[in-house]
Design a protein around this ligand. Structure first.
Ligand code: UD1
Length: 337
């Protein structure tokens, strides 16, 4: 039995689908602060299998330990957390409480229940302002906002924990920019309010929910002046978690890998690809730079290939086509069902 914290969220649901397809039993532990039970039902529809759902908060040690013991959990994939950079600046305590304290409670509950295998959702945000590209796992770590600092603090906690007790099996996965959706169109990213991230915003413009995209700056030192990122299909990302889990169950240790494609695409590349995939216009206007953005950020993905035998398989066309299938079939997210 594998526990997925935040298993009702965007990345968590895609991980659950891949776990169920690979024959694992799954327990989702989620407080639904930024997700809907409907998402879990969609996972079951896609999979033709049931999973176990526990509604609970990772800051609740009693609920966590009970769930770990009751369901005989062997490993935890830890996706639960708050993830909006701007909000983290406004509400730092909420971010440190949910992300850092929540992870501490989870680790204590795992220790009490005798579960020592953890895969953690980290982020390329821990590299801060890139000093070189592509980003290798050895790049210096830093953070520029409370969200990023919470991810970096958790990474430090996990490294200290492993140093103190090498029987822990810990995978730190540094995500680049997850986009796309399951090919069925039944699950996908369902942001609350105005999307902060590029692809959900573009998708909402294409479907007619918003009139046009603000492009945050076209004066960066990049080929077309707009920001360059390493967009990775969420199903490839999910598959990376299964590979990391298999690695840890076989070899143990402390694993730290980038999950990215190694390709950088600009904002305008994404707008063009999405307009082609959807057949809809994506009007935009160029605005000043967004505070805190970097010009370019993309992965050196070879460590994940070497250690896990994992590489991203899905290209830009699939990312946009699958995001469009989800967005056009569910214009109001899970609420439309
Ligand atoms: C952002 C966060 C990052 C977090 C990641 C995942 C910031 C500064 N960084 O990454 O810490 O790990 O999300 O949630 O918030 N863009 C536009 N118009 C828009 C939205 C985005 O032009 O309406 C541009 C951005 O300037 C950037 C690119 O699109 O060049 C990607 O932006 P976004 O999807 O927000 O991801 P990141 O900024 O890379």
């Amino acid at each position: 039995m594998i526990m997925v914290t935040g298993g009702a969220g965007y990345i968590g649901t895609h991980i659950c689908v891949e776990l169920l397809a690979a024959g694992h039993d799954v327990v989702v532990f989620d407080n639904f602060c930024n997700s809907q039970p409907e998402a879990v039902q969609r996972v079951e529809q896609i999979s033709g299998r049931k999973l176990t759902l526990v509604t609970g908060d990772i800051r609740d040690p009693v609920a966590l330990e009970a769930a770990l013991r009751q369901h005989a959990v062997k490993a935890v994939i830890h996706c639960a957390g708050l993830k909006a950079v701007g909000e983290s600046v406004e509400q730092p305590l909420a971010y440190y409480d949910n992300n850092v304290v929540g992870t501490l409670r989870l680790l204590e509950a795992m220790r009490a229940a005798g579960v020592n295998t953890l895969v953690f959702s980290s982020s390329a945000t821990v590299y801060g302002e890139p000093q070189y590209l592509p980003l290798t796992e050895a790049h210096p770590l830093s953070a520029t906002n409370p969200y990023g600092r919470s991810k970096l603090m958790i990474e430090d906690i996990l490294r200290d924990l492993h140093r103190s007790d090498a029987s822990w099996r810990i995978g730190i996965l540094r995500y680049f920019n997850p986009v796309g959706a399951h090919i069925s169109g039944k699950i996908g990213e369902n942001p609350r309010g105005v999307p902060n991230n590029l692809l959900p915003f573009v998708a909402q413009v294409a479907v007619g929910l918003r009139s046009s995209l603000n492009v945050w700056g076209d004066d960066y030192e990049t080929p077309d002046g707009t920001g360059v990122r390493d967009y990775i299909h969420v199903v490839d990302l999910a598959d990376g978690h299964l590979k990391a889990l298999a690695y840890l169950q076989k070899q143990g240790g402390l694993l730290t890998v980038n999950l990215g494609t190694g390709n950088g695409y600009s904002v305008l590349d994404m707008v063009k690809a999405f307009a082609e995939a959807s057949g809809k216009p994506v009007p935009y206007q160029v605005m000043p730079r967004r505070a805190g953005d970097v010009a370019a950020c993309y992965a050196e993905p070879s460590e994940a290939l070497r250690l896990l035998g994992w590489r991203a398989e899905r290209g830009l066309d699939a990312m946009c086509a699958d995001a469009w299938r989800w967005q056009s079939g569910n214009p109001n997210g899970f609420a439309s069902s």
